[in-house]
Design a protein around this ligand. Structure first.
Ligand SMILES: Cc1cc2nc3c(=O)[nH]c(=O)nc-3n(C[C@H](O)[C@H](O)[C@H](O)COP(=O)(O)OP(=O)(O)OC[C@H]3O[C@@H](n4cnc5c(N)ncnc54)[C@H](O)[C@@H]3O)c2cc1C
Length: 268
């Protein structure tokens, strides 16, 4: 039959031994959900290669913005026609938005609808910062701890994200990452996406039809596990397919364009 859940998919791709050693405990910590309840997509993100290439991704180009993501976005937003208001909750200003104004909502889709169909399952993470009196703590940007007994999932040492930089400091900063269920006041990070979540999501999708001026975007708006490049790719696609035509029609009709149909939320 088809391979539907994470455990079956993982065992089919790497075998029981490697599954037990590397995946079972980590998955338990990362999701606190029975691996048989989890979607096979999650493990589909993990590359299996029969070569000596030990990188995570197999992309031809890999890199970080020279000055980081904050700077890249600040520069893109430096435009006289772009106004940025930070620290404003969408729901505090929502009633001032008219149905003619196009909204791209990148928050959790269940929150948009006031949790009318229930709470979608999310995971969040906590980071614990430590500074160590060594130049190099672990020799790599990220090391995963697969054993169930170790309470954190991984340790980050960010200096290794920039191998092109020379580090002269005698100290280094690391973050231990802990995973847990997202409560109401936590920032939701990873959709758990059980069968019950997917059924609930379908109910929310149906409710989007009543909000034709709202595009639900991004990881939280589409309740999808998106990597950075997928989030950016989906945003560009949405701009071409939905935002640009809307404004083109708005220009043509002298500001009377209306999105008649609610389009389905972004897909990666
Ligand atoms: C711990 C962790 C590690 C990751 N590691 C990687 C990695 O190594 N490589 C990779 O490619 N990707 C990684 N990702 C994924 C990457 O961060 C996401 O794909 C990307 O940030 C998604 O962009 P987005 O715009 O969809 O959502 P977000 O970046 O989450 O942006 C959504 C924005 O909406 C805002 N918002 C939500 N609700 C409201 C509201 N009510 N009012 C106002 N604003 C609101 C939020 O504050 C946020 O700024 C990681 C994610 C996490 C959590």
């Amino acid at each position: 039959g088809g391979i539907g859940n994470l455990e079956d998919k993982a065992i089919a791709s790497v075998g029981r031994t490697l599954y037990d050693l590397l995946i079972r405990g980590y998955t338990q910590k990362q999701w606190q959900t029975d691996p048989r309840e989890l979607s096979a997509d999650i493990i589909g993100r993990l590359p299996v290669r029969f070569s000596f290439d030990d990188r995570y991704f197999a992309d031809r180009y890999e890199g970080m913005p020279v000055d980081g993501y904050t700077a890249i976005f600040q520069r893109m937003l430096e435009h006289p026609k772009i106004a940025v208001e930070l620290g404003v909750d969408y729901f505090d200003v929502a009633e001032r938005i008219t149905p003619r104004q196009l909204v791209i909502y990148t928050g959790p889709i269940d929150r948009f609808f006031g949790y009318a169909c229930g709470h979608l399952g999310w995971r969040t993470v906590d980071f614990a910062r430590e500074v160590h009196d060594v130049a190099d703590f672990q020799g790599a940007a990220v090391i995963n701890y697969a054993d169930a007994e170790v309470p954190f999932t991984r340790i980050h040492e960010f200096r290794h994200l920039h191998p092109e930089r020379t580090h002269t400091g005698a100290r280094t900063t690391i973050y231990r990452e802990y995973s847990r269920f997202a409560g109401r006041n936590d920032e939701p990070y990873y959709p758990i996406n059980t069968a019950a979540d997917r059924a609930m999501l379908a109910s929310y999708h149906a409710m989007t039809a009543a909000h034709p001026n709202v595009i639900f975007g991004g990881r939280l708006g589409s309740y999808k596990y998106l990597d950075m490049h997928q989030a950016i790719g989906a945003a560009l696609k949405t701009f071409e397919r939905e935002v640009e035509p809307f404004f083109a029609e708005d220009m043509r009709t002298g500001g009377t364009a209306a999105r008649r149909h609610a389009l389905s939320p972004l897909s990666a």
